[in-house]
Ligand binder design. Sequence first.
Ligand SMILES: [Zn+2]
Ligand SMILES: [Zn+2]
Length: 175
Amino acid sequence: MTPAWHRTHNHRFYRLTCEDYDERFESTGNRCELCGVSGPRSAHRQLYVDHCPQMGPWAVRGLLCGTCNTRLGGYRSQLTEQDRAYLAAKPWIAELCAREGRPILINEPRAEAVVLVGPRRRRFRKTDIGWAPERLDAKTKPRSWESLHQAYGPRQLAVGLSREQVRRICRAAGL
Ligand SMILES: [Zn+2]
Ligand SMILES: [Zn+2]
């Protein structure tokens, strides 16, 4: 239904699957959630994925036309009453997380935990200089929990058990 977006899968930058994007696109009828203009008739001929810049690209709020999206990123004094209500309402990501039974903010796990990161669930562990992939590569720098969370968000971070934890659980169960 939205071939332009799926040609490049731009929605993946916002950590949205094709299904997530299609669902919202269909429920809004391809209209800006603030002014109601239809995507193809809007200034940039398409709707944008609006997100909360403080939380991260995954913190999606809704689909907006370019004009409304730009206005939200501008001066607070220029926001309309409707803009303020939109910003105060629960964002779309909250709905997605609630449905999947996850909190929006995941606190930093204990140092011995393993964190599964990204769509391919790469294993990260805490090191002296931050969270780093178990299998190091030249491109991935260790980073703070805040930075990891900002980049991936709650739906692409999962806390797993380390081998030591599994061993301890087995030992306690007499296995
Ligand atoms: Zn897609
Ligand atoms: Zn609009």
